[in-house]
Write a protein that binds this ligand. Structure first.
Ligand SMILES: Cc1ncc(COP(=O)(O)O)c(C=O)c1O
Length: 361
């Protein structure tokens, strides 16, 4: 039995008639940019996550840049970011005029820790970006105790919780992405800035619209970065499903452990107190380069996402750290994503674990 790396389609299938209907209504309504659908989605998402404000923007990368600027990040500042993450986390920093300073991660959780962040702080640090990688939930309150504002990149963690708080509600602000493969998937690009801070939200709202509050006066150089009405209308159909999809992802993780995955490879470790809605289920094994192709040959989806960590990407050469990042190198060398979907069941998990057992023997 083939098991794909991810499959949102099965979960979306029953919603297609309602999605078509809502799309038709938006087309007929003739309002496509910053209208009632975006307003309603922002309100509904804020209520779901438990924050005062949501600002819908064009994608998760813009959400990070806008949130950093709204936090007060300026040219000459430093922003601490992990190197084991999707490239966009770091790419969002230079457009603010600040410099990304790479810190290490714990290779078991794939997240930054107070210790790895502390090692990267300097007098110029203006903010830290903690990433809820693969759906895990970074230890944001503990990092905030270091005394620096934390922006949480929750692009991969919609539906995850930690100690009862939802991903997106932690830190000075957080960001989400609605890229089609994400836990809350859109039908194109989309993103959001989430915060309890009234002033930060107001500045993010201004920045997403060319730095203007009223389309008459332009207070600062901003962006054209809005969530579309069409995307917002479709996301409103999906948001009520997020918790059941998140539970499906948690159950899939349990099926793997019950099938004996932990005896063969290192499964992902939730951060203490976290209940991850796994976006990607990422294992570690020293011989992962042999394991990956062996799984592929028997129809089991697999992929190494970040074999080259961000600090060693050509575009980041000016920001390469002079410190070693051993946790990052270890995670980069040994990680492998195996299938994860809201509907991955016990039989799928047994199939994947058997294939791993055979590939290893
Ligand atoms: C961790 C992380 N940060 C940022 C982004 C950027 O989001 P987007 O693709 O919506 O710009 C993504 C996803 O693509 C991501 O996985």
């Amino acid at each position: 039995m083939a098991v794909p790396l991810f499959d949102n389609r099965a979960a979306l299938e029953p919603l297609l008639p309602r999605l078509r209907e809502r799309a038709g209504e938006v087309l007929a309504g003739g309002r496509y940019i910053l209208g009632p659908e975006v307003e309603a989605f922002e309100r509904e998402l804020a209520e779901y996550v438990g924050v005062r404000h949501v600002v819908g923007v064009a994608n998760g990368t813009d959400a990070l840049t806008i949130a950093l600027r709204a936090l007060g990040v300026r040219p000459g500042d430093e922003v601490v970011v992990p190197s084991f993450t999707f490239y966009a986390t770091a790419e969002a920093v230079p457009p603010t005029g600040a410099r990304p300073v790479f810190c290490d991660v714990d290779p078991d959780t794939f997240c930054v820790t107070p210790g790895t962040v502390r090692a990267a702080l300097t007098a110029r640090t203006r903010a830290v970006v903690a990433v809820d990688l693969f759906g895990n939930v970074a230890p944001t309150p503990e990092i905030e105790e270091l005394g620096v504002p934390v922006l949480v990149d929750s692009a991969q963690a919609a539906g995850s919780t930690r100690d009862g708080a939802r991903a997106g509600s932690l830190g000075a602000a957080a960001t989400l992405s609605f890229f089609p493969s994400k836990n809350l998937p859109g039908f194109g690009d989309g993103g959001a800035v989430l915060t309890d801070d009234d002033a930060l939200a107001e500045r993010a709202r201004t920045l997403r619209f060319h730095g203007s509050r009223d389309k008459v006066t332009y207070d600062e150089v901003g962006y054209n970065s809005r969530l579309d009405e069409l995307q917002a209308a479709l996301l409103r159909v999906l948001l009520p499903e997020l918790d059941s999809w998140a539970d499906g992802r948690r159950a899939a993780g349990r099926h793997y452990l019950e099938a004996g995955l932990g005896e063969l490879v290192k499964p992902p470790t939730p951060v203490e107190g976290a209940d991850p809605a796994w976006h990607l289920y990422v294992i570690r094994h020293p011989l992962v380069d042999r394991l990956g192709p062996a799984l592929e040959r028997v129809g089991i989806g697999q992929r190494a996402y970040y074999r080259t960590p961000v600090h060693r990407q050509p575009a980041m050469r000016d920001f390469a750290p002079d410190r070693e990042l051993p946790g990052t190198e270890e995670a980069a060398r040994t990680h492998l994503a195996i299938p994860m979907s809201p509907r991955l069941d016990r039989l799928n998990a047994i199939e994947v674990v058997s294939a791993i057992r055979e590939a290893r023997d």
